[in-house]
Ligand binder design. Sequence first.
Ligand code: GTQ
Length: 348
Amino acid sequence: MAQLGTLEELPLDYRNDLTANNLVPLWPSLRAALPYDIPSRRTKPMVWRYADIRPRLLRAGELTPIEKAERRVLVLANPGLGLENMQATPSIYIGMQLILPRETAPNHWHTPSAIRFVVEGEGGFTVVEGEKLPMKRGDLILTPSGLWHEHGHEGSGPVVWLDALDLPVVYGLEASYCLEGEPQTVRNRPDASQNRYRRSGLIPYASLRAPRAAYPLRRFPWEDTRAALCDLATVTDGGEIVQLAYVNPETGAECLPILGFSAIMLRPGETIKPVRRSASAVLHVVEGEGEARIDNAELAWGGQDTMAIPTHARVAISNRSSSKPAFLFQVDDAPMQSKLGFYEELEA
Ligand code: GTQ
């Protein structure tokens, strides 16, 4: 491999002249931009403990009224990427959002796509394009790009959910913006998408030959996901991962264009070693506790904790319990990487 020339080898007047003309020589930076064999990664493998987040989020509830926050969120920012950039991984934004009884987070839409994954509390709801969706612990709710959404809380006690957005990608493309709207008129069809797509393998007959809605199913209840994982485990050999992808029930494709969502069950005492791949990911613990090894980091995790997995990382995740299963929710950017043609599964 040739040794590339450095910036310092160039005459100072030539370098200054390039700068003055908004020109940059590639060769001194080529290996940084295109390293051999593996990308350079600034993303730190890490865990955010819910025990650290929760009291600080509740304090935000005391300090900042919802009217002054619009969305009351603490962002899980990866220090390797610069806290101010609000990235859990290069493509994934994760926030923990708090809403208190009778508060509303006003109606808007934005170009980034979002999902909610409910972490704590009862009585929260999101209205998506006039459809009121209840939020129960572990439910996944989609608010894709361009769809109006607002949140509310009819119960008591705090409600907290995890927001995952493709914001870093859309922002990086200088394409991120939002529109503010009047409160939506709620149609008298609560949870309509869940009632239309009640069970996988069954879709409304009329939709077979009709133009397909881009986002037919908007809420995936955790009780169904958990039961489906337990059933899948009965037909999954040891050494294979018990994992379900959340998909569009009409097409079988991933729910959103950039980020993908899946749920993993770790059987009692199980250690999984997912294939090393080019996608980055975030794991959120729904239930259980254990350890994770992500590249050289050894992390302990428990209920409602959230972990960041860099691209190309070596990963092993263990369920500490020898009697109870553990459940994880995964966000990754494999859909985007696949569409762009560079998604890879790599040798260990
Ligand atoms: O609830 O619509 O964490 O617009 C960041 C931006 C949540 C939301 C976030 C948002 C939202």
